[in-house]
Ligand binder design. Sequence first.
Ligand SMILES: N[C@@H](CCC(=O)N[C@@H](CS)C(=O)NCC(=O)O)C(=O)O
Length: 214
Amino acid sequence: MPEYQLYCFAQSGNSYKVALMLSFVGADWAPIFVDFFGNRDTRSQPYRADVNEMGEAPVLVHKARKLSQSGAILAYLAQRSGQLGGRDEIERYEIQRWILFDNHRFTAHLATHRFLTVFAKAGDPAVIGFLRGRVKSAFAIVENHLTATEFTVGSTATIVDISMCGYLFYPAHELWFDLAAEYPAISAWLGRIKALPRRAHPHDLMPGHPLADA
Ligand SMILES: N[C@@H](CCC(=O)N[C@@H](CS)C(=O)NCC(=O)O)C(=O)O
């Protein structure tokens, strides 16, 4: 039995954040497939009773613990591994600050837009328009921040970079804009993450790609 198990699926950028961290720190881990699109596992009563009362992936199993919320899991793994968690109190505070921003602004609206347009194919135009505006404003903030720094907090990668890149390695056609052309600082930062040892694509780290009906 591996030390860690991760409830996840290939299309989940939030799960990718944890899978990538496990890969970066060289953890002994294995995925547990969450059938999000077919069985709608995360909405099922057994999943909510036994895996995560919040009805979400990722969930990291470590010994008797089941941990959810990627940001909290990343901090847990950084603490346990002594890697990617920031060098001092101020860096740890900055990391937490940007992880919260990522969760409510940067990832949240991008992931919801992607779900509606790429998978559900059912977005109300007003909702899609609203989400695009929110993504644009969040990307402008991150683009501005990354023009002045190599990684989100300081000059080396930390868990907040893992958090913020969660949805950005998926196929370019899943975005409605040209990331490389419109956001050069974000693109350069992604290139730096891509070059890190043990970086792997979400489709290669987690099960479920391609989707059965894709
Ligand atoms: N803030 C959470 C977000 C997790 C999340 O939204 N997960 C999605 C998959 S990427 C999910 O499981 N959604 C459940 C549903 O829509 O039923 C985290 O970072 O872990």
